[in-house]
Design a binder for this molecule. Sequence first.
Ligand code: TRP
Length: 335
Amino acid sequence: MSQKRVLTGITTSGTPHLGNYVGAIRPAIEASRTGEFESFFFLADYHALIKCQDADKVHQSTLEIAAAWLAMGLDTEKVTFYRQSDIPEITELTWLLTCMTAKGLMNRAHAYKGAVQANTDAGEDEDMAISMGLFSYPILMAADILMFNAHKIPVGRDQIQHVEMARDIAQRFNHHYGEHFVLPEAQVDDNVATLQGLDGRKMSKSYGNTIPLFLTEKQLKKHINKIKTNLLEPGQPKDPDSSAVFQMWQAFASETQVQTMRDEFANGIAWGEAKRQLFELVNEQLREPREKYLQLVENSAEVEAVLKQGAEKARQSSSALIADVRSAVGIRSLG
Ligand code: TRP
């Protein structure tokens, strides 16, 4: 294995939004084009079940997120692009890792602790509505990563702990059964934009404050107009660095355009005008992908075929690794 491997997944529990695009899809596609790494990108549909038990929504989201990656120009010849649930070795590995994972490690997961804390604060039983899926979430994620011996895991800050847990689990497995897994590292890129949502918090489907990636022009304009601003009038200087409008501008603009908008803010550009320019900028970049996206969503069989091909490619690695690991734990033929 000469080239280092990069791997990341997106949970299929909602419609792809601008935050997914600038924070995950765009940087992943750009990195894959450099040819520096071998890239594995996937749809984390088993992870979706932890947060979303609406079957139609999980199904539709899988199509939309896959179509979004493809519409944005992912080259599936160059990368391995697949759906988690098409790789049965991942769930198999999850169990083998579960038996090597300390319960105490899982007790420390932020997402689980947060859920317990919320129950306690509400005066409820601390286990209320907490499934074993939520509790074991980091082990499934560790299996995603370790399955392909990925070195670099580009993630948002909220996922760093999960990658560290994958590393801990790999270490423990290697220590007990011999070297089988690469120890992965989280890669948090400060140049990758995190967008604020409509309410000023981080754009996230959990907060319901997102701007979907593929809206009609009219809807996109409407959403951009809803981004929270302050009461400063036209002509009054505005602070770009605390503005969600400027932040989104930065995520889509060239360096020169960023500087120009900075000056415009200092000169007191009206919020309406800043939003109009932002709409033009974003809309221009989404125009072509939007067409492609709509076409793919209408032809879901085409997307399915791409994913099936990706799974076949992925399983060349995963079937070899699982055979090795099964044998290592003592699950092997008696013949
Ligand atoms: N848990 C990640 C998220 O919610 C998605 C994910 C699942 C993932 N498996 C992964 C990310 C493996 C990186 C590597 O954002």
